[in-house]
Design a protein around this ligand. Structure first.
Ligand code: ZN
Length: 394
């Protein structure tokens, strides 16, 4: 059984200040796909509880699955995902334009993965990447324009490298959801930045998730879900000022926020209650998850002996299928050869290639990758049944 966190990951306030906001069915790890039916049926499951910190509003998974278990299968290279490459091209142009007038700039990226951002930044900048993963190490063996520290970013690392007050700009994209001790990471960022230095964070936006009540993106690998509010609450007391917030479409809704390090800490601000209301809506959507039009159609089809299928075997399909166990999908299709012929953990749904939709016709096919709905329908004219989506578009 995983341990329950004893303090907030973002602000370190004690565990009794973490309020339970959603309890889901125990889940296998969403990043895992099983190679055999037996291993799928035996996949371990872990309780999944969302709590919100009363101090900083950070929403987080209470169960802390050990990182070696959690990320054993989670080793993808960002440069292999077309949408992500476009995102980082954009971000690199944005940063280049912003610091254009500076001739010498030291830029450090936390969680640099395979260098998808650093490779696109001006080569006359001093570029540093910090990332403990194998993906990062392998990529750095080629000739790259940056220096890699193949370790987690921490106070010790800053001290060992004598980075205190030396770095002009630090960025972290998509990595702040996967780190257990964020408060210590923020302290290390504050130590490494010079006065007036800037910290850019890109995070999935809790508000975007809550507006669509997308409970299928809640899983153990996403240890925390940030909102603009909770980032401000965690960073302002450490001596940062908020410079700007930009909303980007990455992963269905993301935040790009800039903070500047200053000499004296700024005052904090009041909580709004906004997140609490949206969380109530999410809990309602989750508790009524069998009452959506899609779920009702699937239940009826299943009762009358019709075949039902799903489309898109990503992490959120793992969540959906495991949280909707009254539905037994005959199969789920996916385009990625890496996933085909594997099984969804626990519910053991087989993953087949898309042409199976023509060979084993189903009455309904549920698009679990609902943000790619239009593309999927267009690419699969061989399917003659009815398409459904797990969540309605906003
Ligand atoms: Zn907190």
């Amino acid at each position: 059984m995983p341990e329950i966190i004893s303090r907030c990951r973002g602000c370190h306030v004690a565990g009794q200040n973490l309020e339970r906001v959603l309890e889901m069915e125990p889940m296998p790890l969403a990043g895992v796909f099983c190679t055999s039916l037996e291993s799928a049926l035996q996949a371990p499951v872990f309780p999944l509880t969302w709590v919100m910190c009363q101090e900083c509003d950070l929403v987080q998974v209470a169960e802390d699955v050990d990182d070696s278990t959690l990320f054993a299968h989670y080793n993808y290279a960002s440069s292999s995902v077309a949408g992500l490459v476009r995102h980082f091209q954009d971000f690199a142009s944005f940063l280049t334009a912003r610091y254009e007038s500076t001739d010498r700039l030291s830029f450090l990226e936390i969680g640099c993965n395979d260098g998808v951002l650093l490779n696109r930044l001006p080569s006359h900048w001093e570029l540093l990447g910090v990332d403990p993963s194998d993906v990062a190490l392998r990529a750095s063996l080629n000739s790259v324009p940056y220096r890699l520290c193949n370790r987690p970013f921490s106070l010790d690392l800053v001290l060992e490298n004598k980075w205190e007050g030396k770095i002009d700009v630090i960025s972290g994209s998509n990595c702040l959801a996967h780190i257990s001790d964020l408060r210590s990471l923020f302290e290390a960022v504050a130590l490494a930045l010079r006065d007036g230095g800037e910290f850019w964070v890109e995070v999935h936006d809790l508000d975007a998730l809550l507006r669509g009540s997308q409970w299928d993106t809640i899983y153990h690998e996403h240890k925390v879900e940030w909102s603009e509010q909770s980032l401000l609450r965690c960073l302002l007391p450490l001596g940062f000022t908020h410079i700007q917030t930009i909303r980007t479409p990455m992963h269905g809704g993301a935040l790009r926020i800039c903070f500047r390090k200053q000499k004296s800490p700024s005052s904090s601000f009041r909580r709004s209650g906004h997140t609490t209301q949206l969380l109530k809506n999410l809990r309602h959507a989750y508790e009524n998850r069998y009452q959506t039009n899609a779920a009702l159609s699937l239940v009826n089809a299943q009762k009358s002996g019709q075949r039902i299928a799903a489309y898109g075997a990503a992490g959120r399909a793992n969540v959906y299928l495991n949280q909707m166990q009254q539905l037994q999908f005959d199969y789920i299709v996916d385009e990625a050869p890496l996933r085909v012929n594997k099984f969804i953990p626990r519910v053991a749904t087989p993953i087949l290639p898309p042409h199976q939709l023509g060979i084993h016709p189903a009455q309904f096919c549920l698009i679990t990758a609902w943000n790619y709905q239009q593309d999927i329908i267009r690419k699969n004219p061989q399917f003659t049944g009815t398409w459904l989506t797990a969540f309605e578009e906003e």
